[in-house]
Ligand binder design. Sequence first.
Ligand SMILES: [Zn+2]
Length: 241
Amino acid sequence: MGSMMKGEDDLLTIKIQGDGPMEGLTITADSKGDVKGYVYNPDVMLPPNAKGKLDVGGALGVGVLSVIQDIGLKEPYVGQTILVTGEIAEDLTYYYATSEQTPSSVALGVLMNKDNTVCQAGGFIIQLMPGASEEIISSLEKKLGEISSVTTMLNQGMTPEDILTLILGDMGLEITDRMDTRFYCNCSKERVEKALISIGKKELQNMIDDGKEVEVNCHFCNKHYVFQVPELEELLKKAQR
Ligand SMILES: [Zn+2]
């Protein structure tokens, strides 16, 4: 979804807030394939769902999915839908249909190892061009109904290109671009300083009065940033400007 944005500095944020034990999650992605995210409460252990899969829907519960696109306009574009199933691919399909009026098929999957590490993870988004014929739609629906899950295909050694060929191969598939994706966090001491300055003079003064160093953790990558009292005093001066 990030790579579907056009500008260098465009940023996509997905926020899910739910009433399940995980409480929600925040993910950001840019147009270069850099992605980072975190869940609000990571200590959730649930039995597998009825299909024997990771119970993402049970962990998220009922709530709201927001897609925030910052594409350099004065205000970011925000689209919201209610969480229909808590299974993220289905909810994104619903989001595209309702908020962006774009018929889409979104598939996502994560296959876990027995030791709770990730074995396979992947997905696809297929969207119809305006004016796509009924013939194309029904043949696509038929194909999508026949294929196995993304993780099964990845686990069989199929590449993203193989998966696309399987689904769209008889429709004149043409691959026009390839892009790597990675977990990447752009946090830095400077960014954390700005965040500390933004919490206000009163809060900073309270921290200084406590006389102890302050540790700030990045939610996305768990990096720790420590600020000594003299550093906090410097920040307070900046906050007063
Ligand atoms: Zn970070």
